[in-house]
Design a protein around this ligand. Structure first.
Ligand code: KIV
Length: 272
C-alpha cells in the first residue's frame, strides 16, 4: 500500500489502525492481528532502550529496529502492512540535507515507505517540503510532540483557543505542503473532531478522542507490558502481570523439583 492511499481510507470512511512495533516478535504479532500500518516509533527509546525520553535514540538505531520489524512479517512483501518510521531527534532539526540523508537511509535500507516528523515550525516545514520533493512521503505529528518534552512536558495540548488556532494553522500547512496524514496526540477530543472535518488528509489520534480518521497506539501500552500506561492508552490485557505470575509459577515449580527430584514436574513440561 502506498502511504497516500490512506487518504482514500478517509474518503471511504474506513478507520485506519496503526500500531507500533520495534522488533520481529512485535511486528509478527501486529501483522497477524491485521493492523493497517506499523509505526516504528521513536518511543522505542523508552520502551525498548529504557530511556526516560525519546531524545536519545539515533537514526542508526531506528534503522536497526525497522529492519528487525521487516524480518518479523510473515506474509508476502506485497501484503505487508505499510511501515512508517519516526525520524528521531536531531535527524531533521539540523537542516534539509541532513534530514534527506537520514530519511533516505531509512527508506533505502529497510521496508519503511514513509517517515513521521514532529512539529510544523518554519524550519520543519522547509524540511518536509524538501523530503516530499525528493520522493519521501511524510506523516505529520502535532499536539503533544514528545521530542519537545523539555519545552512542553507531557501535558495535554491545545487547551486554549489561541493554542487551537495555532495548531489548526500548522495542520493546514502540513496538508498544503503534501503530508499524507497527521498524528494528533493528547488534545481535547472535541478539537480533533473539528480538525478532522477541516482536513482532507486523515487525522490519526492518540489521546485525541474517538472521532478521528484512525487511531495509533503504542503496542506495549495496549498489551499492558509496562507497569503504568498514559491515561489515554488503557491496556487491553495485563500481559506484564500475567507473565510475572506464569514465570513465578514456573520458578516455584523448578524450586520444588530441586527439593524433591522424584516429584513430577508441571504437566505441561513433563509432556514436552
Ligand atoms: O513514537 C511513537 O510511538 C509515536 C506514537 C505515540 C504516535 O510517535
Amino acid at each position: 500500500m502506498l502511504p497516500k492511499e490512506l487518504i482514500r481510507f478517509k474518503e471511504l470512511g474506513k478507520q485506519i489502525t496503526i500500531l507500533t512495533a520495534w522488533d520481529s516478535l512485535s511486528s509478527a504479532i501486529v501483522e497477524a492481528a491485521g493492523v493497517d500500518v506499523v509505526l516504528v516509533g521513536d518511543s522505542l527509546a523508552m520502551f525498548v532502550h529504557g530511556h526516560s525520553t525519546t531524545l536519545p535514540v539515533t537514526i542508526e538505531q531506528m534503522l536497526h529496529h525497522t529492519q528487525a520489524v521487516e524480518r518479523g512479517f510473515q506474509s508476502k512483501k506485497s501484503h505487508h502492512p505499510l511501515v512508517i518510521c519516526d525520524l528521531p531527534f536531531l535527524s531533521y532539526q539540523c537542516g534539509e540535507d541532513k534530514a534527506v540523508e537520514a530519511a533516505g537511509t531509512l527508506l533505502k535500507n529497510s521496508c519503511a515507505a514513509a517517515v513521521k516528523i514532529e512539529g510544523a515550525e518554519p524550519e520543519v516545514i522547509a524540511v518536509i517540503q524538501r523530503l516530499i520533493r525528493m520522493g519521501i512521503p511524510v506523516m505529520g505529528h502535532l499536539g503533544l510532540t514528545p521530542q519537545s518534552v523539555h519545552n512542553i512536558g507531557y501535558r495535554r495540548q491545545a487547551e486554549s483557543k489561541l493554542e487551537q488556532e495555532k495548531l489548526i494553522q500548522h495542520a493546514i500547512e502540513l496538508e498544503n505542503i503534501g503530508c499524507f496524514s497527521l498524528v494528533l496526540e493528547h488534545v481535547p477530543g472535541i478539537f480533533s473532531s473539528k480538525l478532522r472535518n477541516m482536513l482532507k488528509i486523515p487525522v490519526i489520534g492518540i489521546g485525541a478522542g474517538e472521532d478521528c480518521d484512525g487511531q495509533v497506539r503504542v503496542t506495549a501500552d495496549l498489551l499492558g507490558l509496562t507497569e503504568k500506561q498514559p491515561p489515554f492508552a488503557k491496556p487491553l490485557i495485563n500481559t506484564r502481570k500475567l507473565s510475572i505470575e506464569a514465570l513465578k509459577a514456573w520458578i516455584q515449580d523448578k524450586n520444588n523439583h530441586l527439593q524433591n527430584p522424584t516429584k513430577a514436574t508441571s504437566q505441561q513440561e513433563s509432556d514436552y
